[in-house]
Write a protein that binds this ligand. Sequence first.
Ligand code: ADP
Ligand code: MG
Length: 284
Amino acid sequence: MASAIASEPTTRATAVQSVGPVSALSVQNVSMVFNRGAAAVHALDQVSMEVRDGEFIAIVGPSGCGKSTLIKLVSGLRPPTAGRLAVHGRQVMKPRGDVGIVFQSPVLLPWRTILDNVMLPIDVLKQDQAAGRERAHELLKLVGLGGFEKAYPNELSGGMQQRAAIARALVYDAPLLLMDEPFGALDALTREQMNSELQRIWSASGKTVIFITHSIPEAVFLADRIVVMSPRPGRVLKVIDNPIPRMRTLDDMLRPEFGTLVREIRGLLGSYVAGESNGSSSDW
Ligand SMILES: Nc1ncnc2c1ncn2[C@@H]1O[C@H](COP(=O)(O)OP(=O)(O)O)[C@@H](O)[C@H]1O
Ligand SMILES: [Mg+2]
């Protein structure tokens, strides 16, 4: 397959040009500079990547390297300072219906039932209610929340709320799902369970997923390819293919190949970890 992500400016242009007809996501030489009064924050520097349809991509990188910024650019919430982003061949100009987003916190509305929370995008986008309701029921079953339709968010555990947020992101059937550290607030056991669930949901839905995480093992467990980013300004250091076959189980984390990948990524990021102070360094 010709799709590639290059980390060197000299090879980047060639790599991008050699990509096949239409990628699920194409990011070409994207840079982002925030102007905060007089001070400019250079968040992303010439980031390029091509993501195939149905692929699961994990992005790892130090705090502040621009991962969330990249998600905002892909979702059309902001325009890049330079470069071009396209989803399924169409340039991203504004927020659009073919992209679903899951944030770190589930942000469910406390006064709505779980079913009504999942239905929110259908209501907001004024889509067909009956079809939306049927789909919401199916998705709640898919994420293991069948029977909780009438419950309120505060009656559910953190993991269950996050699963409801995943169902909500899937309800309008966007082919591209962006997940920004969705399991960061969960305890280790729930997180492992959610990783297995997500692999199952991804495999059943056929969606393309861009998954941002601070946890290297989580990235290796979930992803087909892992994009390793540098500290700010975020650049693509390396894109690593993950040869571990699907469907993966938690036992696969004990395989030598798993350890080799984790070590490789840790090595790439290692020299930067000493500077991390957000309390999540144990994930590395
Ligand atoms: N709206 C904004 N205005 C100014 N600076 C921002 C804004 N959003 C993000 N930044 C800055 O851009 C950098 C990258 O942020 P972010 O994308 O959130 O990083 P990450 O998600 O990798 O931790 C940080 O230095 C952050 O402070
Ligand atoms: Mg972030």
